[in-house]
Design a binder for this molecule. Structure first.
Ligand SMILES: C[S@@+](CC[C@H](N)C(=O)[O-])C[C@H]1O[C@@H](n2cnc3c(N)ncnc32)[C@H](O)[C@@H]1O
Length: 272
C-alpha cells in the first residue's frame, strides 16, 4: 500500500475534506450517496412486491422492514441473527404490522428456506461483517428474484490495484488505525478500533472491500449493477438479478469417474 494512498485515506477521514470531496465528486457527475437515503430506495422498489430485509435489527429495530410495508410491499420478512428487540415488537404492535421476523443466519440453508424467494432484497451494513462476503451475495441472489438494494462499508479505491480488499483480522494496531472512522462519527468498529474478537462473530469488521471489488463480487454472484451512489467509505448499489446464483456443480459419482478418467487420459491435470 503506497504512502500516497495512506495519505489520501487520512485526508478522506477529515470531515471538512470529506465534505469537499463529496461536492467535487457531485460536480463531476457522480451520484454521491448517504445512509439516510435508504428509505427512499426502499419506497421506490418495495411497492407491490415481496420484500426481505437482511440484517434488519441492530440499531434500527426493523425500521426498514416497516418502511417497505408502509410503502405497499405485499409481504415483508425481516431477518437477523439476533432479536427481535423490544423496540421492534412495540412498533410491530403499534402498526398492527404483518412484517414477519425470522431469526437466522442468512448463510444457512434453513434460513434461506424460510425466506423463500422475494422480489426485492435489502441488505445494508452486513457485507463487511462476514468472513465470506461472496457467500452472502450468492445467498442474496438465491432469495432475490428481481432487485437487490445493497449498502456496505467500503475503503477508497487503490490506484493501480482494481478490485483490491483488506482483510482486517490479524492486522497490528498501527495498521488498523488507518481504517478507524471515529473522526467521521462511526462509533466502535470491532476488529478495527480494537482487536478481532472471535466471540463477537459477525459483529467484527472482516473486510475492507473497494467499491470495484464489491461490484465484481456482485456480478460473479449473479447480479447486474444498475445504480450506484458513492461515498468515501461506503457504497450503495441497486442491482437486478440477471444470472443464476453462482454454484459449483458436483457431478454424480458415475459422471465424476468418467470425467476423472477423461482428464487422466488427456493428461491435462498437472500439480499447480
Ligand atoms: C451493522 S448492522 C446493520 C443494520 C441495518 N441494516 C442498517 O443498515 O442500519 C448489521 C446487522 O446484520 C445482522 N447480521 C450480521 N450477519 C448476519 C447474517 N449472517 N444473517 C442475518 N443477519 C446478520 C446483525 O445482527 C445486525 O443486526
Amino acid at each position: 500500500m503506497s504512502l500516497f494512498y495512506r495519505w489520501w485515506v487520512r485526508c478522506l477521514k477529515v470531515r471538512s475534506f470529506n465534505i469537499a470531496w463529496r461536492h467535487w465528486k457531485a460536480r463531476r457527475g457522480y451520484r454521491v450517496g448517504a445512509y439516510h437515503e435508504l428509505p427512499s430506495y426502499i419506497r421506490q422498489h418495495a411497492p407491490g412486491g415481496t420484500f426481505a430485509d437482511i440484517g434488519c435489527m441492530w440499531g434500527v429495530n426493523g425500521a426498514y422492514s416497516f418502511v417497505a410495508e408502509e410503502a405497499g410491499a405485499a409481504a415483508v420478512k425481516g431477518v437477523d441473527v439476533f432479536g427481535p428487540t423490544p423496540e421492534f415488537e412495540a412498533e410491530h404492535a403499534r402498526r398492527q404490522s404483518r412484517v414477519e421476523f425470522i431469526l437466522g443466519d442468512v448463510l444457512r440453508a434453513e434460513t434461506l428456506a424460510r425466506i423463500g424467494t422475494v422480489d426485492t432484497v435489502l441488505c445494508a451494513g452486513v457485507l463487511y461483517h462476514l468472513p465470506d462476503p461472496f457467500a452472502l451475495l450468492v445467498a442474496l441472489r438465491r432469495i432475490c428474484s428481481r432487485t437487490l438494494i445493497l449498502r456496505t462499508s467500503t475503503i477508497p479505491e487503490m490506484p493501480g490495484l482494481p478490485q483490491a480488499a483488506i482483510y482486517y483480522p490479524g492486522l497490528p494496531p498501527a495498521a488498523r488505525r488507518l481504517w478507524d472512522l471515529r473522526s467521521l462519527g462511526v462509533p466502535r468498529q470491532v476488529g478495527i478500533t480494537e482487536a478481532f474478537e472471535p466471540q463477537e462473530g459477525y459483529g467484527n469488521y472482516f473486510w475492507g472491500l473497494t467499491p470495484s471489488c464489491v461490484e465484481a463480487l456482485l456480478v460473479t454472484a449473479g447480479f447486474k449493477v444498475e445504480f450506484r451512489a458513492i461515498e468515501a467509505f461506503a457504497h450503495t448499489v441497486i442491482c437486478t438479478a440477471v444470472a443464476p446464483a453462482f454454484d459449483h456443480r458436483v457431478p454424480e459419482e458415475a459422471e465424476s469417474r468418467a470425467m476423472a478418467a477423461e482428464i487422466s487420459r488427456a493428461g491435462i491435470a498437472r500439480p499447480a
